[in-house]
Each structure stands twice: as structure tokens, then as C-alpha cells.
Design a protein around this ligand. Structure first.
Ligand code: UDP
Length: 240
């Protein structure tokens, strides 16, 4: 019998920014390796892990829209392609240490990855494979945080674990106000009414409507990813 951990199936959201590490390069292989190692340690326990990767380290649609005649929609497709690059890099890192991994894209790129098929994704997870969801939701005007909420709901994962470069949600911007307190627990209501920049409104609303809790934590602290996945206290917990 499997030991009982708090979560059985989780959706880990890794932003593009987090993959860039100290920002001197687009992707820091030390970061992808630490993600791979920590994910390996929890899949061994039988916890199923799906990952949504962002693309902000390479391209953000909103910042490029309007440039050289690029409309928002095309810019966003470029952003979605950026997430596929990150996904393939992360997959290579995971497989280099023996974690079976599949990438599924929200729009077809069949030479490099499977298309997103819910039942197939679930089957991979049940077999102990890590599934990396790439290309966001497949639609412009959305974010990979929304993709994380959406995929979490679709595959019946129990929680969105949002890995960032900060320790969690603060009452104030810690870079501006060094005395700002880290908040342990928040309701969806507090996040939206206080306009705390946790994730965009579409994403947080989707979580709220589907009763998906969100844990915001710092992936740069060793051990945190594994802690978040097994359900130990880390960062800020957002729920109903
Ligand atoms: N994007 C999109 N639709 C989606 C997800 C992402 O159009 O469903 C585009 C959008 O341009 C975004 C870029 O992909 O700026 C990279 O994703 P995101 O900014 O969410 O990445 P992160 O902030 O997590 O690095």
C-alpha cells in the first residue's frame, strides 16, 4: 500500500523566469537539474506529477505586441512556442536522470511532442511518468498560469504548486518594503480583492471556481519543490 501523503496528483507550475536562474542565461541547467532531482524524489514515493512550463524567460507576447507590426495574437503564439522550448529542455534534463517524461503540446507539433490528450496524459501519470504540458492553453490572450489551473482541473490534480523566485505572497512588495510580512494563508477572495499579484485574475478565478488550492513557493531554495509536492508547509497557501 502507498503511504499517504497530502497530495496524490499535483500540477507544478514552473515559470520561465524561474528557469533562467540568475538571469545570465536563458535557461540555467542547474535549475532544470534541481527541478528534475526533486521531482524524481517524489515520483519514487508514488506521487503523480504534471508540470506546466512558462515561457517568460524567452518571450512574453504582451511586451512584444505592436512591435514591427506584430499583433498581440501572433506575439502570443511566439510566447507559446517559447514554452515548448523550455518543455523540451526540461524533458531532456529529466530523462538524463532516468525519469520517464512526456511532453504534450496544446497545439500540434507532432515531430517533437505528443498533442494534448487528457486521457493519455492521465494514463502517463498513472504509469509514473511525468507529463509536461507545453504551449499554454493553446490560445492567445491567456497565460501559462491559466494553463496550469485549466490542466489541473482537467486531469483532476489536487493542487496547483506555483514555483517562483520569491518565498510566497507578501502583504507588500518585499523589494520595496523589507519589513513586508510573508502571508501563510490566504483566501481566493483576499487575493482578488487586495489585488495581490499572485497570478492573473483568469487563473485565480478558475482555481476558485473549481476549488483548486494554490501553493506559492520559492523554487530556488533547495528541497522546496519536494516539500511542496509531498504537502509539507512551504510558502503561501491559497484556498477557499
Ligand atoms: N501564452 C499564450 N497563451 C497561453 C499561455 C501563454 O498566449 O495560454 C503566451 C503569452 O504570450 C505569454 C507567453 O506565452 O506571455 C509565455 O507565457 P507566460 O508569460 O505565462 O510564462 P511565465 O510568466 O510563466 O514565464
Amino acid at each position: 500500500p502507498k503511504p499517504s501523503y497530502r497530495w496524490h496528483r499535483v500540477l507544478l507550475k514552473v515559470s520561465g523566469e524561474a528557469l533562467a536562474g540568475d538571469q545570465t542565461q536563458t535557461i540555467d541547467p542547474k535549475i532544470t537539474m534541481s527541478i528534475a532531482r526533486e521531482v524524481a524524489s517524489v515520483t519514487r514515493l508514488g506521487i503523480e506529477v504534471a508540470i506546466v512550463v512558462g515561457g517568460g524567460n524567452i518571450f512574453r507576447g504582451a511586451s512584444w505586441a505592436g512591435c514591427s507590426g506584430l499583433d498581440r495574437s501572433s506575439a502570443d503564439y511566439i510566447g507559446m512556442l517559447a514554452t515548448v522550448m523550455n518543455a523540451m529542455f526540461l524533458q531532456a534534463t529529466m530523462e538524463s536522470i532516468g525519469i520517464p517524461t512526456r511532453v504534450q503540446t496544446a497545439f500540434r507539433m507532432s515531430e517533437v511532442a505528443e498533442p494534448y490528450i487528457k486521457r493519455r496524459a492521465v494514463r502517463h501519470l498513472e504509469k509514473g511518468r511525468v507529463v509536461i504540458f507545453a504551449a499554454g492553453t493553446g490560445n492567445p490572450f491567456f497565460t501559462t498560469d491559466t494553463a496550469a489551473a485549466l490542466r489541473c482541473a482537467e486531469i483532476n490534480a489536487e493542487v496547483v504548486l506555483k514555483a517562483t523566485n520569491v518565498d510566497g505572497v507578501y502583504e507588500d512588495d518585499p523589494r520595496v518594503n523589507p519589513n513586508a510580512r510573508l502571508l501563510d494563508n490566504l483566501t481566493y477572495q483576499e487575493v482578488t480583492s487586495k489585488d495581490l499579484s499572485v497570478m492573473d485574475m483568469t487563473a485565480i478565478t478558475l482555481c476558485q471556481e473549481n476549488n483548486i488550492p494554490v501553493v506559492v513557493f520559492n523554487l530556488t531554495k533547495p528541497g522546496n519543490i519536494a516539500k511542496a509536492i509531498v504537502g509539507d508547509k512551504v510558502g503561501t497557501f491559497i484556498g477557499g
